[in-house]
Design a protein around this ligand. Sequence first.
Ligand code: FES
Ligand code: FES
Length: 178
Amino acid sequence: MTPSVPAPLGARTPPLAEPSAWHEISLTVNGRPVTAQVESRLLLSDFLRERLGLTGTHVGCEHGVCGACTVLVDDKPVRTCLTLVVQCAGAELRTVEGLAPADAPLTPVQRAFHECHGMQCGFCTPGFVMTATALVEQHERPDEKQVADALSGHLCRCTGYRNIRRAVCQALDERFGE
Ligand code: FES
Ligand code: FES
């Protein structure tokens, strides 16, 4: 086999990747139709925060560990720091801003977090609230393991989790009439 010859010093090296392509996408965010030109590499977290100004979606770890950036995509919790916005073309998204508009009462999940003191600094809260909202909206009450599994994907550095679990259980009790 012929050994490859290294390029001479100073030779022009090709770019590592082609420039990112652009796409026009349409999706629904908090009930509002949105059409946008986006780069194929644009993260959903950046799209929501920087293009739409929805900064309630927090970005912590940026690699899928903390859960702070969670929103609902077609009613399922999704980590926006691991999702490209082009993957959401045609989808319905809900962010924390879409749960209770300024002139509406809090949702049962939001109220439960407030009443149970399920937050301190609040950085992790939007992610927890969106995952809890998905749990509460299921047709059947999730069992304790399902709740624990869902919440295990979220990190909080303040509360110790007890009050967060109490809040989610309170919202589930209200939803399922217990
Ligand atoms: S910022 Fe997305 S999981 Fe931490
Ligand atoms: S309330 Fe501060 S990180 Fe969770």
